[in-house]
Design a protein around this ligand. Sequence first.
Ligand code: UD1
Ligand code: UDP
Length: 385
Amino acid sequence: MLNYTYKKFFRRKILEQIKVMSVFGTRPEAIKMAPVVQELENDMNIKSIVCTTAQHREMLDQVLELFKIKPDYDLNIMKENQNLWSLTSDILLKMKDVLEQAQPDIVLVHGDTTTAFAAALSAFYAKIPVGHVEAGLRTFNKYYPFPEELNRVVADAVSTLYFAPTRTSVQNLLNSGIKEEKNIFQTGNTVIDALLYTVKNHETNLDNLKLNPDLRTILLTSHRRENLGKPLEEICDAILELVKTHKDIQVIYPVHLNPNVRKTVFEKLENHERIILTEPMEYAPFATLMKKADVILTDSGGIQEEAPALAKPVLVLRDETERPEALEFGTVKLVGTDKERIVSTVSALLNSKEEYDKMATAVNPYGDGLASKRIVKAILKYFAK
Ligand code: UD1
Ligand code: UDP
């Protein structure tokens, strides 16, 4: 009898599982959604469905492998040097078929990519609730970063549940007039979940990079659309100047696969003494490299969030940021893309221990490693109504 009741109960649970579809397509989305997918898969009340647009192909696959995620749907849309029009329409249309087939109860999207924007819109057209992970980030300048600011505004506009990483992002959502305050959850950023997990479980040997242990290491990444062309050339010129004037530094730059990035970077920096250009690195060695670096120069969103947790000074190669929190602690500084400004700011850091120590403080305004758990709890709460 007991056995029968248990079976009946268990069957009921399975039948009532909430179908949660996570959609992502680029490297940073995959890193930040991987811990959410792991949490969803661990909850017996949830049927986790993963759909990747593969807006990125190789850079996405690196992450799927690390976190052992096997997508249920792979839209495989990436094209060489793709444009925003075809990217958006491909995702919008292909998601229609996936949603019709999978019939999820909720669709989770992440951040500000075209995948997030188009997948959220597609779910909205199908009248399926959207949960936006990393909701509420804003620069309030619709052309900067482009097209990300608009992507996240639209993703928020069509969402039902908002997983905002910080107080500032919660406040941005409230200020934007969202009425369902109870559907806004301050969760922390899932990037910290991914980083802590990776640093703890996957510290990696970096011998293949052939870094010189006697030199100080500057880690550089730059890929943003608004930095393509002249700004990226200025960044490269600043690097050339820095290696010329500081004989005790080396620069390592894992170069993004965007052909517009690669053309400039390889033309300017290839075959240069103390400048190491690598392919995009897998997340585990990259996290190890961030820990090892002395200074980080980047226009990446995710690295702005990760590096402060590792006590690394970050100079952001942008004029505005939607991530103001670490600026307040002084671990992150905006330096823009002007060559002279980059050179003088990096030099000041390299030349003064006092300046360096002021920035090299471990702060964690973006999360505590439990964001994904909070997101899953919030989803269960929403469906328990
Ligand atoms: C995209 C996001 C950006 C995010 C960045 C993270 C949009 C509009 N942009 O920008 O918000 O910060 O990802 O990296 O959503 N490529 C490959 N293999 C890969 C990845 C990219 O070959 O694995 C090349 C392709 O030629 C592709 C191009 O890079 O067409 C650009 O990719 P795309 O996703 O359009 O733009 P990103 O600059 O990567
Ligand atoms: N990253 C990585 N390998 C690299 C460069 C970056 O794994 O060679 C990670 C980084 O730690 C961060 C994420 O990729 O978690 C950031 O991705 P990207 O800079 O492409 O995008 P953004 O954060 O600007 O959207």
